[in-house]
Design a protein. Structure first.
Length: 94
């Protein structure tokens, strides 16, 4: 009986993790959209679009680096989510 109860708790914990990870991914993807808009706005303001140009805005360069870091984080979270859903047998609900 203890094994069954423990198994249910593990499944519930994994289900909570899946829910939290999905929420974090959604939040980060919204943040990515905002940052991309901010980069574009800054490029438009300065009228420099080439990152190799020495007059490319520092703000746009910094925000672009942040975008790349967040994209990596989202990809890692999606990998974690996939491993949780496969390992724990949790059905993927859209």
């Amino acid at each position: 009986m203890n094994n069954l109860r423990h198994s249910g708790n593990a499944r519930a914990a994994a289900s909570r993790q899946v829910s939290v990870i999905r929420s974090i991914i959604a939040d980060l993807e919204r943040t990515l959209q905002i940052l991309r808009i901010d980069v574009h706005t800054e490029e438009e303001r300065v009228r420099v679009f080439d990152k190799a140009d020495s007059s490319y805005p520092i703000l746009a360069r910094t925000l672009s680096a942040r975008v790349e870091n967040l994209k990596t984080t989202v990809a890692d979270l999606k990998e974690r989510l996939a491993s949780l859903t496969v390992t724990e047998g949790i059905a993927e609900a859209a």
